[in-house]
Design a protein around this ligand. Structure first.
Ligand code: ZN
Length: 313
């Protein structure tokens, strides 16, 4: 796929992105986060807006405050409440007195925003798009840059460097498809994602992302023409991954597709297949998932879930 790369960005300092917009790349590199989470600082008439304070890291919070300098930080937007975007928000809110704004229904149990946002809200010059799929509380923010270009802060919904993980139950593949299809009807010139460099001509990548998801879905349906499948062996057949994390990520992805097809009435779910070959099962949490025992139990039972076509053709 036509993803972008960039050299490791300088740490701890704001890097110019576009006129009036800088980013600080947090020091949390990884398979899910690339060089780290992008924290954006956007200059407006009333001061600075921050999009995604970043991971819980005191040094990162200090770097944001230093970069702000004399400019007042007016608001902290979250694209979603995953830890690598939300973690620094409480400390930054405390240090600045700025409110935290995010989707009105938080996916993070211990957190609710100071101001809940919803589709179509306009605040500080930003227009809110509700884009669940990667996360149930995912928002994108549309904004006009000083040079007149139309921007979309696209979070982890669309990233220049990688496709997004869609892991049920919080991740929802049908919503993710709809969110991508919707972006094709919009006219933003540039996307600024949660990780990776800025993306020009963004609809080309959105089309490519949809194309690959649809191809994966066709492969799943072809396999189901032959027989019923449990998630784990179907993922093993389609992905051939040996790395336990990648194997688990593949299983989450296959499950997400199957649940989308189920919601559309194309496949049905049967009782779990408890007699699977242990080689196909993966107990490692995929990157980005927490590794608590409860999650491992969910990973295990999800991998046993079994699906078939609603009607064989
Ligand atoms: Zn992220």
């Amino acid at each position: 796929m036509a993803f972008l790369t960039e050299p490791e960005p300088q740490r701890g300092v704001p890097l110019p992105v576009l006129p009036g917009i800088r980013r600080i790349v947090a020091d949390n590199p990884g398979v899910m986060t690339y060089h780290g989470t992008n924290t954006y600082l956007i200059e407006g008439e009333d001061g600075l807006t921050i999009i995604d304070p970043g991971p819980p890291d005191d040094a990162h919070v200090r770097d944001i405050l230093t970069a702000a300098g004399d400019m007042k930080i007016r608001r902290l937007f979250l694209t979603h409440t995953h830890k690598d975007h939300y973690g620094a928000a409480p400390a930054l809110a405390q240090a600045t007195g700025a409110p935290i704004l995010s989707y009105k229904i938080s996916a993070r149990a211990e957190f609710s925003p100071d101001m809940g946002l919803d589709e179509g809200d306009v605040t500080g010059g930003f227009t809110v798009l509700y884009t669940p799929g990667h996360a149930s509380d995912h928002l994108c923010y549309a904004f006009q840059a000083q040079d007149g270009r139309r921007l979309l802060f696209s979070g982890d919904h669309v990233m220049s460097w990688s496709s997004s993980i869609v892991s049920p139950p919080e991740g929802d593949m049908l919503a993710y498809y709809r969110g991508l299809e919707r972006l094709l009807t919009r006219d933003e010139d540039v996307y600024l994602g949660g990780h990776g460099p800025l993306l020009e001509e963004p609809r080309k990548l959105v089309e490519t992302l949809l194309f690959h998801r649809r191809a994966r879905e066709r492969a799943i349906l072809e396999a189901l023409q032959e027989q019923e499948w449990a998630v784990a062996p179907l993922a093993a057949k389609l992905y051939q991954k040996t790395d336990p994390w990648l194997k688990a990520a593949a299983q989450r992805n296959v499950l997400a597709h199957l649940l989308k097809l189920k919601e559309e009435g194309i496949v049905v779910e049967y009782g779990p297949d408890t007699d699977l070959h242990p080689d196909t099962l993966s107990f490692a949490p995929p990157p980005g998932m927490r590794a608590e025992s409860r999650e491992r139990t969910v990973l295990y039972s999800d991998s046993l879930r079994r699906f078939g076509l609603a009607r064989r053709t």
